[in-house]
Design a protein around this ligand. Sequence first.
Ligand code: ADP
Ligand code: MG
Length: 405
Amino acid sequence: MERQERQDFLMFIERLDHFAVGLFRQFRIEEGTDRVVLVAPTETYKRWAIEYIGSRLKNYVKKIEVKSADEAENKSLQESYNSNLVERFTFENFVVGRANELAYKVCLEVAEKPGTAFNPVFLYGNVGLGKTHLLHALGNMARSKGFKVIYSSINDFSDEMIEYLRKGNIGRFRERYMGVDLILLDDVQFLTGKERTQVELFRLFESMYLMDKQIVLVSDRHPKDLRDISDRLISRFEGGLVLEIGLDDDTKLSIIKQKLILYGLPVDKVAMDYIFDTTGYNVREIEGAIKTLKVVGIKPLENRTEKDVQFVIEFVAKHFGLKPDHLRKDTKERRIINAKQMAMYLCKAVLGISYTEISRQFGKRDHTWAIYSIKKIEERVREDRKFKYMLSFLEKQLRKELGKY
Ligand code: ADP
Ligand code: MG
């Protein structure tokens, strides 16, 4: 494949909608000199590729061929592609402490003997506390012991179900899930209002239960606090082992230590205290702060903040063709408000400074103002994919430039 052609091809994949990108990841791409072969995990995927993207693909790549995994004589591929497990999440690299120990032990036990002791398991807790990590660790371990596993977030599960329904073969969908020993379902709170998915999940529950097969569910809240989910499903969730996962100070410190080592940074008291004080009880936030530390380094907090914020303001202003001063002043102009909110968002994401400090730097005393502004950007990120790409590009660029100065 020529370089240009390859780029066009990658662009094409980028432009597919969310659902298609999800399916597309299941394909293996074999690149020859004069053609590209997409190897689909199953016949269904192959048909989908030909029907849905075949004609569009032709605009980008001249010679393209779709094979199913069987045709490619690689049957084992099918299973590995379908489990959706992320190998990097393991029990070994999960830091255990008081507030997550029970969840850890139960997951370990379930991985050893699925469908026996605790079934179903319902794990809940705030964001960034390692729920998804544990779920994958469980899956990876069970799989290494020869059990068949499927991991799916509720949104993917729902999308997949709708696709099978649309094609009129919901039976295949059920076979796919009932054929495994362990089903791991993430972000169960997204079942809210998805009635058809709830019906299908309930059905799956009943069958799996009869066959002594394991289900593990993860959610950001207790089953009692879930909304718009049928009572019979909630009572199934509550019928098993319901466990909370949290984060305590000691574990937070151990995690900071582990991540400092992981990112090749020295583990000293200054760095540990610094990360501890500037982050909340959220491991994702801790990871973000350590990445920032890696590029920005620790300089005395007070005189650094001002310069860094100025840097972010200049960076954003340049991007929007504005003057840095514009972003520090009050305004009613939409374009400037947008840029300002984005600059505040980047101050939080990249510099990790407090809401109070951000508000102060942008000329307001009340910290809720920064919270509000940043929330606006987060909402847009969730709703607008193009905006999300643009912002993550800006964020990367900013990290790079901050590293240099
Ligand atoms: P959740 O699903 O609860 O929102 P994740 O499982 O996605 O959180 O965790 C966020 C990040 O923090 C991941 O990169 C994960 O590897 C890491 N992480 C969370 N808890 C731990 C832990 N106890 N030890 C090591 N890494 C952790
Ligand atoms: Mg998660």
